[in-house]
Design a protein around this ligand. Structure first.
Ligand SMILES: [Zn+2]
Length: 126
């Protein structure tokens, strides 16, 4: 196994992030799979039953909401894994500086440092 990473984080730290992200990826894939089945089951129910009460709709919406949320989460996790494999993990895409470990632990898919993030948020407000 060759590590071509030029990330500033030591390999053992990257490995911890990786295994954590793999775990999340697996869980999210399962959750998405499960909700896809639920959505199909709900669709089957809906087609057979003309009586559509609002509690059914509410649970349908909840399933769809968690489905799209998990899809977004999975994309982020995959993005973080990609950044690890390309060696960009932990490096700010805006200023090229390092992203703090605490920020990465909270948001492994963060692609900019806290300063650049704060600046872009300020830019949005002004
Ligand atoms: Zn930055």
């Amino acid at each position: 196994m060759s590590f071509t990473s030029h990330s500033l984080l030591p390999d053992n730290v990257l490995l911890l992030f990786k295994s954590d992200l793999w775990e999340q990826q697996r869980e999210l894939a399962h959750a998405i799979d499960r909700t896809e089945k639920e959505i199909r089951a709900l669709a089957d129910l809906g087609s057979g039953d003309v009586v559509d009460d609002s509690s059914d709709n509410a649970s349908k919406e909840a399933v769809f909401a968690s489905y799209s949320q998990n899809r977004v989460r999975l994309r982020r996790v995959e993005l973080a894994l990609k950044r690890i494999s390309t060696g960009d993990f932990g490096i700010c895409a805006d200023c090229g500086g390092t992203i703090g470990l605490k920020r990465l632990q909270a948001l492994p898919w963060a692609n900019n440092c806290i300063e650049c993030q704060a600046q872009s948020e300020q830019g949005r407000v002004n």
